[in-house]
Write a new protein. Structure first.
Length: 133
């Protein structure tokens, strides 16, 4: 999933599981990150937070629709995220704690004609979205 058009700058992660309060926070710079995989790698390289907060990219390929769907997932026991790039990635600026601490971005879908949809429901979950051309 390409993210170069999103204008990502940075994200701050606070790892509340880190016992060393002076080293709980990590500012992740997304300079040069063009894909979700690069974003996940930069998050996972954060020295103060990588022990307890893990980023991964989930991809699903549909041969019928001729596209690939990408999602960024953050997982940890107790962490907070903030910064202008959080909402650009489809996440919410918030503190996450188990059992609700696995956070997945909105879908980034690529094909010949792709559309990026960002939706954060106020309650429940978004299962389907219909787009017409």
């Amino acid at each position: 999933g390409r993210v170069s058009s999103l204008g990502l700058t940075s994200m701050v992660i606070v790892d509340h599981e880190n016992d060393d309060e002076s080293n709980r926070s990590e500012t992740i710079s997304f300079a040069g990150a063009n894909t979700l995989s690069a974003v996940a790698t930069l998050i996972n390289n954060g020295a103060n937070t990588n022990a307890n907060v893990v980023a991964s990219v989930i991809s699903t390929e549909s041969e019928i629709a001729n596209n690939v769907t990408y999602k960024l997932q953050l997982a940890g026991n107790h962490f907070a995220i903030s910064g202008d790039s959080v909402t650009k990635l489809g996440l919410a600026v918030d503190t996450y704690k188990k059992p609700d601490s696995n956070v997945v971005t909105s879908t980034f879908q690529t094909n010949c004609n792709w559309v990026r949809c960002v939706s954060t429901p106020t309650s429940g979950s978004l299962e389907k979205m219909q787009l017409r051309n």
